[in-house]
Ligand binder design. Structure first.
Ligand code: NAG
Ligand code: NAG
Ligand code: NAG
Length: 213
């Protein structure tokens, strides 16, 4: 089991001892970068993203020219509200349209999330050297596991961790700016329009997260 995981579990345990009730919040529009890390601490993807928090639309495109040898190549447009995901291949202008059975969104606290506690990364006592985060537990039985989201006091999501018996995935939200810089990235490309929805195999659950498991 990785050190990251043990550390996180410990922090959650520490955090939960200080739990009180808290309001959920909705994040702003954002432009930033996701790092996606797996169970062996390998960096699966480094991906610039654009997020419209009003309409819950996410464009996620991996950057092949990253210094971490992240290997995944993905270009996804996720419409969480509609429950639709487009898998885009700009090179040959092709597209696959899928329906989302799991709507787990790395940038939104869902209605069924349970406040788990607050914690400080860094130092709580030295000015400017610590960051306070609220931790939310998100039941995700459809994905056979649990998820935890940490969110800053100003409602910027910091990380989403998804855990199952044999897998772990951590999304970290970095270099965030609170605006949609390029709204065109959130429009469905012309070559994706009018496609039929691809069937999800019987008995399986598809979601944004399952692209990384
Ligand atoms: C977020 O961006 C969309 C357009 O991309 C806009 O319609 C919406 O009003 C913005 N929401 C906020 C809270 O600024
Ligand atoms: C990336 O891969 C190259 C060549 O395989 C290797 O030399 C380098 O150390 C790797 N970088 C990281 C951060 O793993
Ligand atoms: C586009 O390329 C991908 C692989 O890069 C391939 O799987 C897909 O079938 C291609 N689509 C078309 C329409 O050529």
């Amino acid at each position: 089991m990785s050190a990251t995981l043990l550390l996180f579990v410990f922090m959650c345990w520490t955090a939960s001892t200080h739990a009180d009730h808290h309001q959920s919040c909705r994040s702003s529009n954002m432009t930033g970068v996701f790092s996606v890390v797996g169970l062996q601490n390998e960096i699966k993807a480094l991906a610039p993203y654009t997020y419209d928090s009003t309409n819950k639309k996410l464009r996620f495109r991996t950057d092949a020219s990253n210094p971490w040898n992240a290997t995944m190549e993905l270009d996804l447009l996720v419409l969480f509200e509609e429950g639709i995901l487009y898998k885009i291949d700009s090179k040959n202008q092709s597209c696959v349209k899928k329906s989302l059975q799991s709507r787990l969104n790395p940038l939104a606290i869902p209605a069924n999330a349970v406040f788990h506690g607050a914690m400080v990364f860094g130092s709580a006592s030295i000015e400017g050297e610590g960051i306070k985060l609220n931790i939310w537990a998100i039941p995700t039985p459809d994905l056979k596991g649990n998820s935890y989201m940490s969110v800053s006091m100003g409602c910027i999501p910091f990380s989403l961790m998804h855990l199952t018996d044999n897998s772990m995935i951590i999304f970290s939200n970095i270099n965030v700016e609170l605006e949609v810089k390029d709204p065109d990235l959130l429009a469905v490309p012309s070559f994706c329009q009018g496609l039929p929805v691809e069937e999800t195999p019987e008995g399986t659950v598809y979601g944004f997260m399952t692209e990384f498991l």
